[in-house]
Design a protein. Structure first.
Lengths: 115, 114
């Protein structure tokens, strides 16, 4: 299995532009999580899905952030418009049957820089 | 509410020395506990996990962790550290009361001196 695949690995964009981050979870995993990592705030859970349905989006910082999971093999995290404070590494993770017993498998992350 | 505390933000050890990274959790029932490692520029990799049974669990790369319910701790240990162990380490807790969500600590950065 190729693991959790995220694209792009790096993204540099100008303030005000729309940014779309992509994630392909491991086949058969029914949970998908989006995290943001910064030096100041550490790992923050933004949103997670179960069977393609958003379960908890309380970590999404504001309306500029949105996430979708149109099918079991693809999810996007969109920021519109982007701001410099959105600069961070964004991780996608997936698991099967909930992460309590098996833990998550993380992607390699997307490093976003907003200038 | 669930929470995880890693008291040490940064630890430096000499290569070949033993290592212990501390993790304390807060959870009302039996927790599921995890340790992850993150090398620079990489995602998080699962080192080991505990959810029942023997309180001393073995993981990859020669790491082990011990669950101590009385102390609400799940400390990570390694008898002899290698330079390649330099990374950031995260403790996480999950439980049957929530649907799949893990709570992560703030992480401990390990530096290894030659």
């Amino acid at each position: 299995d190729a693991g959790v695949i995220q694209s792009p690995r790096h993204e540099v964009t100008e303030m005000g532009q729309e940014v779309t981050l992509r994630c392909k979870p491991i086949s058969g995993h029914d949970y998908l999580f989006w995290y943001r990592q910064t030096m100041m705030r550490g790992l923050e859970l933004l949103i997670y899905f179960n069977n393609n349905v958003p379960i908890d989006d309380s970590g999404m910082p504001e309306d500029r952030f949105s996430a979708k999971m149109p099918n079991a093999s693809f999810s996007t995290l969109k920021i519109q418009p982007s701001e410099p404070r959105d600069s961070a590494v964004y991780f996608c993770a997936s698991t099967i049957g909930g992460g309590q017993r098996s833990g998550y498998t993380f992607g390699s992350g997307t490093r976003l820089t907003v200038v | 509410a669930q929470s995880v505390t890693q008291p040490d933000i940064h630890i430096t050890v000499s290569e070949g020395a033993s290592l212990e990274l501390r993790c304390n959790y807060s959870y009302g029932a039996t927790p599921y506990l995890f340790w992850y490692v993150q090398s620079p520029g990489q995602g998080l990799q699962l080192l080991l996990k505990y959810f029942s049974g023997d309180t001393l669990v073995q993981g990859i790369k020669g790491f082990e962790a011990e669950f101590k319910r009385s102390q609400s701790s799940f400390n990570l240990r390694k008898p002899s550290v290698h330079w390649s162990d330099a990374a950031e380490y995260f403790c996480a807790v999950g439980g049957s009361g929530n649907t799949g969500k893990l709570i992560f600590g703030q992480g401990t950065t390990l530096q290894v001196k030659p």
